[in-house]
Design a protein around this ligand. Sequence first.
Ligand code: TRP
Length: 325
Amino acid sequence: MKNVVSGLKPSGKLHIGNYLGVIKKAIELQNSNKYNCIYFIADYHSLTVDFKPQEKKVEIFEMIIDLLASGINPKKSIFFIQSHLNEHTALGWIFNNLLSVNRLSGMIEYKEKINEGHIPNVGLLDYPVLMAADILIYNADFVPVGEDQLQHLELTRDIARIFNNRFGLFFKEPKPILTSIPRVMSLNNPNKKMSKTLPSGCLYISDPKEEIFKKIKSAVTDSESQIEYNPQNRPAISNLILIYSEFSNIPPEKIVQEFKNKGYFEFKNSLAELVYSKLKIIHDKRKELLKNKKEIMKLLQNGASKAQKIAQNNLLKIKSKIGLI
Ligand code: TRP
């Protein structure tokens, strides 16, 4: 069986951009029973920008609950917390020696973060190397990611190639898997990605019914009145149609047909009903999960020990390949 690996950075509550952009796909792959799926909370990656320990704790836990409630099933996938293993960072150190600082300082995400005013610490620079280690330590074939991570995956393949050339064939070159909606835009700015930095345009998985309705009803559209799917010229309404499409599994063209001659008001109302009906299932699961915090931590420890067996074994082989004794 082929290996699927993905890491999810805990950045607070999950929003539907995260969900539709990566998680829905990760869950589909898991439920197809065709892959060995390895999913983890990338908590080390989340340390590269400033944080407070108390808030970090909450963010990590929220993320775990949201992922489990969304359908990550620890009976089907190996599910764990990255920092519970030392092997990823150890392999990251080995990979550090295969790349130049220039290569890393030219990465898009690094430059963006610095432009946003984050401190250019070594972690921020080295972020993609740890990500490559996360992926390659499990010999991944496929990596479900958001569109913004494609460059990191390209670097991962380069690292695999550089290693193989220098030390002999060992790593496969993993391929990204994108969802059909890798970029969900903000509900109130169709030119910006949905993100918690634009709160009123960001729909959280855990938002209660009133919030869902409020956010969808106040989503920006345009001055036209017809519902039309045209991402180029009418990005705002097209973003809403895509969200509708992903939650209903109805293609955009059919949705447009259904709402022909109906106004934005009616469309938004149906969209809010649809999103609520889907998220309600996740809300109910969340409530159940929150009663069993202890069990969840046990479950993650169990996941970590399964992952560690694979990671340890591969790391040993890698170390011996490069001459460590
Ligand atoms: N950098 C990824 C993101 O921001 C998170 C991540 C860390 C990841 N390690 C990974 C994704 C390994 C895929 C595979 O979304």
